[in-house]
Design a protein around this ligand. Structure first.
Ligand code: ADP
Ligand code: MG
Length: 697
């Protein structure tokens, strides 16, 4: 239960004065539904009105500067013939300036700028045809009102339809609700950093005095960022601790199945694969519960590592289950693994949401009596009525989604206690791994299996699409298959699907009916059929949205065309590119862009041309775009930070991690004064689920 002291912060924003349903909706879209969300909505810049020149002092260098002027109103000049702006000519004794208003209401202007009177006017100076003017001043006040005018104002990020003034007012009202909270930070640490308490820091973060004050390394922001990171790390550590305490089962194989499978492989394991397997075997052998992340680029060979790990459980007379995020992938994993299991005499079954009735009953019976030793499937594997005879290892293949494991570890009865291996195909930078998987040990597959030729990556403007098509004709004639990925227009499946459909139709005009289509709006069965047609070479070209990103394996596909490449994240482009270059043949990736290509976009695409190292690409992506955009955090389930910025706060993250570890070692129940305060911290950052692990001790 959320502590009472936080109640005011978690009231809806519509509770604030001046925030009705309409503005409330906009604020919710911009910041979030609760008052606390407004507290986290920090200014992005400042308007400094302290510059108060005489008009005679102005030089062209002041063009664009915000100034506050004492002006006497000389004349009102309504637009002649109702066209053009309304001008109010003013002087300050030293010079002359026009105030400009578009679509002005004359009565309003005559009231706020009465002829012959003095007003204080603040806004942006503009040089227009050699003289200064000011369009729509931000403030027009009398001398008496001037005292109350803030000379330095925070500027907040906005959303369409929401004006700065009501937003600023709502934020001021939200801040007024902020309670004094007990200190959760370690005293000496905070003293060393020179940080103020939470509330003082929050208020300071909203009251920047200079442009430098809105930078993320300002002490007030650093303090708040540290709080957020500490909440993140503490939550992960609490979950981790409780997971590890649960099971004391030592699982050890004798290697007889593993040896058979290895003998049946047409290749040797890479050193990374050997190492990862040894780490997994070590975890399983130990008494504690395994919680390990296997991180490896697309094509790095995670599947075989997964299989060898599952065989340990089978050798130990138990069962293993592996869950894939989609039906297509589950089938594909099954197709890869089944022949190897046959070679070793291990029984495997596939269970997906599509299995119904008798077939499903049969599989369930096999899982329950242990005759099925390895189960592959989708989320269907962990539904209520699925019982395992003796599940010893669960593998969750997250591919490019994040946080699936968190939800599963917390909620799925079936795997809450067994050794768990999570696989991700996203070579996330180390910092992001810490924030998303801080509760896990990590194995990384760093090198790719040998024998792959590098992918020839080219960047070209879409204007050259005719040349591209000619090239594709030649490639198809030579037996190649092609992926054509359509632009990510918006974060909307419907729009993306429409773009893909259009491209599909256009390519059909050229290539006839050997062009397939797959996108997120199609039914699962249709998608599977399209994929299968491509896999079995009934189609030569597969037009797709990013749904193909998730792990499809068609070794004969050697060409990848990506339209509007500049709209994708680097990591995402890398994942997409990983769909080709799977066989031994030479592969090509064409990144088509819409001219003109900005500096930044050019730099990003260049990195892709230079390297195929997913970890390097991910680091560069983080450096160039920031964590918020790497892969589109909103969709990915990666923890979203409100204040922390992983580029500037990397060191704070490391410190928060150490701090969290110490807390969990020394005070796992979160008792005493600091423990109480830490609970408040967890609730403040909505890590409510983690608190229960503190309570259960
Ligand atoms: P991931 O799941 O990491 O994307 P896969 O496990 O699907 O990668 O492996 C990609 C391809 O590489 C598969 O065709 C697999 O058979 C092959 N492969 C895996 N390990 C090796 C290896 N050590 N040597 C050569 N080929 C390998
Ligand atoms: Mg795979």
């Amino acid at each position: 239960m959320r502590p009472e002291i936080l109640f005011p912060l978690f009231a809806p924003v519509t509770r604030l004065p001046g925030v009705g349903p309409r503005i409330g909706k906009l604020i919710e879209k911009l910041a979030g539904p609760h008052i606390v969300d407004l507290c986290w909505h920090l200014p992005s810049s400042v308007i400094d009105r302290r510059y108060q020149p005489r008009l005679a002092e102005l030089t062209p260098a002041q063009d664009g500067q915000v100034a506050t002027l004492r002006l006497t109103v000389d004349a009102h000049r309504p637009p002649p013939g109702r066209r053009g702006p309304y001008r109010v000519a003013c002087t300050d004794g030293s010079g002359q300036i026009d105030l400009i208003f578009f679509h002005a209401r004359e009565d309003y202007l005559l009231r706020s700028l009465p002829l012959g009177e003095m007003r204080i006017v603040s806004g942006k100076l503009e040089l227009y045809r050699g003289t200064f003017q000011m369009t729509h001043p931000d403030h027009i006040v009398t001398e008496a009102e001037f005292a109350a005018l803030p000379m330095v104002e925070p500027v907040y990020p906005l959303t369409g339809g929401l004006n700065p003034k009501p937003l600023a007012k709502a934020i001021r009202a939200a801040l007024a609700k902020a309670p004094d909270l007990p200190e959760w930070q370690d005293g000496p640490w905070r003293a060393q950093q020179g940080w103020s308490d939470w509330k003082t820091s929050l208020l300071a973060a909203h009251a920047p005095q200079t442009a430098a004050d809105v930078s993320s390394d300002h002490p007030a922001r650093s303090r708040l960022a540290y709080d957020e990171l500490l909440a993140n790390q503490l939550a992960l550590m609490l979950v981790r601790r409780s997971m590890r305490r649960q099971s004391g089962r030592a699982i050890q194989g004798d290697g007889h199945l593993r040896d058979k499978v290895i003998a049946a492989l047409p290749f040797r394991l890479t050193p990374s694969q050997e190492m990862a397997h040894a780490e997994i075997a070590g975890d399983m052998r130990s008494g504690g519960r395994m919680l390990r992340l296997l991180q490896g680029d697309v094509g790095s060979g995670k599947t075989i590592v997964a299989l060898l790990s599952m065989l340990i459980a089978v050798e130990n007379k138990g069962q293993a289950a592996m869950m894939a995020p989609t039906e297509i992938l589950a089938r594909q994993h099954h197709a890869t693994i089944a022949p190897l299991c046959d070679a070793a005499g291990v029984s495997v079954a596939l269970l997906t949401g599509r299995d119904k009735g008798k077939q499903r009953d049969q599989i369930l019976a096999g899982l329950a009596d242990g005759t099925i030793q390895i189960a592959m499937g989708t989320h269907a594997l962990f539904q209520e009525d699925v019982r395992f005879h003796d599940l010893q290892l669960a593998i969750i293949d997250e591919q490019h989604r994040f946080g699936v494991h968190q939800r599963m570890l917390l909620s799925e009865k079936g795997i809450r206690t067994v050794d768990t291996l999570v696989m991700t195909a996203t070579p996330i930078p180390r910092t992001l791994t810490l924030t998303a998987y801080g509760d896990m040990d990590v194995s990384r597959l760093l090198e790719k299996p040998p024998g792959r030729s590098p992918i020839d990556t080219r960047v070209m403007p879409i204007d050259r699409i005719d040349a591209v098509i000619t090239g594709l004709h030649r490639a198809v004639a030579a037996g190649a298959q092609i992926y054509w990925v359509c632009p990510l227009v918006e974060e909307s499946e419907a729009v993306d699907a429409a773009a893909a459909e259009e491209r599909h139709a256009a390519l059909r005009q050229i290539f006839g009916d050997r062009v397939g289509l797959v996108h997120g709006r199609m039914k699962a069965a249709e998608k599977d059929r399209a994929m299968q047609d491509f896999q079995e070479r009934r189609t030569d070209i597969l037009v797709a949205t990013t749904v193909i990103e998730v792990g499809v394996d068609v070794p004969n596909a050697t060409i990848m065309v990506i339209e509007h490449a500049q709209r994708f994240g680097l990591a995402q482009l890398h994942q997409l590119r990983g769909r080709v270059g799977r066989g031994s043949g030479k592969s090509t990736c064409l990144l088509l862009y819409q001219s003109p290509l900005g500096e930044m976009a050019r730099a990003r695409l260049k990195i892709l041309r230079e390297t195929e190292d997913g970890f390097r690409i991910a680091e560069e992506d983080l450096r160039l775009r920031g964590a918020g955009e790497v892969l589109g955090i909103r969709q990915s389930g990666l923890p979203e930070f409100r204040i922390a910025d992983l580029q500037t706060h990397e060191e704070l993250l490391a410190a928060a991690r150490d701090d969290a570890r110490m807390i969990v070692d020394q005070n796992p129940e979160l008792s005493g004064a600091r423990g109480e305060a830490l609970r408040i911290l967890l609730y403040l950052f909505e890590r409510d689920a983690a608190v229960q692990y503190a309570r259960s001790g």
